[in-house]
Each structure stands twice: as C-alpha cells, then as structure tokens.
Design a protein. Structure first.
Length: 278
C-alpha cells in the first residue's frame, strides 16, 4: 500500500505515541498534535518532514479549527484522522468538583466533537477519508468511581452513532475504537480525582478504589498490538463501525450487551402496552 497521511491528536504518550511511531516506521506521514511540542523532538529528529507537529489543547475550539486547517493545507490530503486526546477523572459523582466536571467534558466529549466538526468539511472536500474516534470499553459499560469519564465516552459514542450516517454519503467512514485496559501510562496520566468522602468507603466506590490501589485489576492489553490493529483496520477497504480491542473489552462489553437485551425483552409486553389504542 502506498504511504498515507494521518492526523492524530494526543500523540505525546500512550496510544497516540505508539500509533505515531508505528506509522512513521512503515513510511507514512503523521500530522501530530501535542500539548507541548518538545515531547516530539526525538521523532522529528529521526523522521524529519514525515512528522508534522502542532501544539493543541482540544478544549480550545478556535485552536482546533486553526490546527486542522493548517494540517490539511500543509499535507495536501489527510487519509485518516484519529481523535485520541483524552483522560479519565476518578471519583463518585458528588466527590468531583464543578471545575473537574467541566474539564472532563470539555476535553473528552466537546473536544472530540469539535475535532470531528473541524475535519469533516476537509474530508468531504477531498472526496472522503477515515475518521477514527478513540472511545473505550467504558463507552459500553460503566464502573462506579468513574461516572464522569463514562458520561463522556457514552456521549461520544452517541454522537458518532448519528454522525456516521450523516457523513457516509460523502465517502467518510467512521470507526469507534473501544480498547480495554492496556499497559500504557494512561492511569498515571489520568490520576485526576475528586475529594474522597468517607461515606463511600464501604460502598462499591470504595471497593473499586481499594482494588485499584492493590493492583487487582488485570491489564491484558498490549498497546503495540492495539495500535497495529487500528492501522490494519484503517487499511481495510470497509471500516467497521466499532473496533473492540482486548480480551477484557470483548468479555465485558459482550456481557453488558446481553444483559441489556435480556432486560429489554423482559419489558416487551409493558413497552407495547403503552402505544395508542386503536
């Protein structure tokens, strides 16, 4: 396959960094965004003009539009957009502050929406392309102590359920990527928490905190393999609407969907009974 050009947000660490490195090694070009440009200096030195870097905070909507415009103008064409920037806010709903809630939503949900809104006109103008949104298994399931994080991931999945159909006539294919737990520094980088309340100590919230502190949650995902799967999916002629990565994601999403369907079927008679009578 001929080399292609990618636009990837949040490339300083984690999936974004791994994806960027793999793409550059195989000869593709990458338009990368980071909060601090210096973290990409080593890759710029190694790959030169194949790596184009912009500083960007995705909560800055005018900045998103400017950087996206600059990237498409400089690259000439962008084949694949990967919206990856985000983090997790830990804490029960009443433990996190108003400012923390706003920052979480502005980054994960509004920021991702604005990246999509900024790139869609450019993808449409060039006759199509791929748009890949990094979601999470947390966009299909939910744990106590992560309510605000889940709100953003479930929210972005709902957004793209509609957007996928909106942009399909223009040759734009969309994939929601739902990784499970992976051995990146995500948990360290995302160690933003609310103020713990003692009342939650003997609840599922407290149990989650203790289990996390004790390292009791398995982390099966290999970030290198996950990044390679994202690239392979983008190379395929037809984009899947969702890409589930990791044994935990496959297992837990499957269980959640089956449980949800079972609950729906149990309410069938009640649901039908509320229609207007003829």
């Amino acid at each position: 396959m001929a080399s292609r050009t990618w636009f990837v947000t949040g490339t300083s660490t984690g999936f974004g960094r791994e994806l960027t490195e793999q793409l550059l090694r195989r000869g593709d070009r990458v338009c990368a965004t980071v909060r601090t440009r210096a973290v990409m200096d080593d890759l710029v030195a190694e790959y030169g003009a194949a790596l184009m870097v912009w500083e960007l905070d995705v909560t800055d909507t005018p900045g998103v539009r400017r950087v996206v415009g600059d990237a498409f103008a400089r690259a000439g064409r962008v084949d694949v957009v990967v919206s990856n920037a985000g983090y997790a806010l830990f804490g029960a709903a009443e433990e996190v502050s108003d400012a923390q809630i706003r920052a979480q939503i502005d980054t994960n949900l509004v920021g991702s929406i604005q990246v999509a809104r900024a790139v869609i006109p450019h993808l449409r103008g060039q006759g199509g392309g791929r748009l890949m949104q990094i979601s999470s298994m947390g966009g299909q399931i939910a744990y106590p102590n992560l309510s605000l994080y889940h709100a953003t991931k479930w929210g972005i999945e709902g957004f793209f359920e509609a957007v996928t159909a909106e942009v399909a006539p223009f040759g734009i294919q969309v994939t929601l990527v739902e990784p499970g737990s992976a051995r990146t520094d995500f948990a360290v980088r995302s160690a933003i928490s609310g103020q713990p309340l003692e009342i939650y100590e003997q609840t599922p919230v407290g149990a989650m905190r203790r289990a996390a502190a004790a390292g009791e949650f398995p982390i099966p995902g290999d970030p290198g393999k996950m990044a390679a799967a994202i690239i392979e999916t983008a190379d395929a002629p037809i984009a899947p609407h969702r890409l589930t990565l990791g044994s935990d994601a496959y297992s837990e999403i499957g269980t959640a969907l089956r449980d949800r369907l079972e609950q729906l079927e149990a309410q069938k008679d009640l649901a039908l009974s509320t229609d207007v009578s003829d």
